[in-house]
Write a protein that binds this ligand. Structure first.
Ligand SMILES: [Zn+2]
Length: 264
């Protein structure tokens, strides 16, 4: 009898150790890249409802209370892809898709490094708020100290090869439909990325000749002007809502960017 208990105890001890090892191998790096933006994103009821209920999600949510969280998969080697969501805190599907992508990549073998910023301004996401100090964060990326400018500087520092900024568009807004936006100059890669992502994710393709002209201060434009090839992706959903299929659309746009760089 005693022997039996011993065997059972050893069995469970072994099980406990192996579970912990699995947990360790799935450990990911989360950094706070801006400490002026912290907020509890689960105060946003739709974010709370749709984000996967997992350990990694909890870690990201906890980190977001302190500032803008960035999750890193990989050791910094190329290709290096940066995925950003939540520049507009009231555009919810892309932020949910980014958390889903974090869960999807956890424990997955990748080639290169993927950086994901699921909530660019958690304090805005918590309140379904769009503006930063009275202005669209996607119009002030050229100004030092803004949340979007911090992302531009970080993208340069990390030598990002491809950046995708993921938004949601209202049917009456611009572009008014799921789409990938690019500029051909000065980063022609922006166009090539957008073309591939548009086809792969069945999104419209919309482009401009020159960065910083039509959308001065957009994260995409300022990144392109700073030598980081970038696109903006838009999934169709009214602001502050999660339209059926919109999370899947945004996720497939993110997935297409990773596939373009052959990361997955
Ligand atoms: Zn937006």
């Amino acid at each position: 009898m005693n022997q039996k208990i011993k065997i059972i105890a050893i069995f469970f001890l072994g099980l406990f150790i192996s579970f912990n090892m699995i947990e360790m191998s799935h450990a990911v790096k989360i950094d706070i890249i801006n400490s002026n933006t912290g907020g509890d994103v689960t105060k946003n009821k739709l974010i709370k409802k749709y984000i996967p209920k997992t350990n990694i999600t909890n870690q990201v949510v906890e980190a977001a209370k302190k500032g803008t969280p960035m999750v890193t998969f990989g050791n910094g080697k190329g290709p290096r892809v940066l995925i950003v969501a939540g520049v507009h805190g009231n555009e919810l599907p892309s932020q949910i898709a980014a958390v889903k992508l974090i869960n999807y990549l956890q424990g997955k073998k990748i080639r290169g490094t993927v950086y994901i910023i699921p909530f660019a301004i958690p304090s805005n996401t918590a309140k379904t708020k769009r503006y930063w100090k009275g202005r669209s964060p996607n119009a002030i990326a050229q100004y030092s100290g803004t949340p979007t400018n911090k992302i531009v500087k970080l993208a340069k520092k990390l030598k990002i090869d491809a950046m995708g900024d993921f938004h949601c568009t209202r049917p009456i807004g611009y572009p008014g439909k799921s789409a990938i936006l690019y500029t051909k100059y000065p980063e022609y890669q922006s166009y090539k990325m957008a073309k591939y992502m548009s086809k792969k994710s069945k999104s419209a393709l919309k482009g401009y000749k020159k960065a910083g002209f039509y959308f001065k201060g957009a994260l995409e434009d300022v990144c392109n002007l700073n030598g980081v090839p970038s696109v903006t992706a838009e999934a169709l959903s009214w602001h502050g809502t999660v339209k059926k299929g919109s999370v899947t659309k945004s996720f497939s746009q993110m997935n297409a960017l990773l596939k373009y760089k052959k990361v997955i």
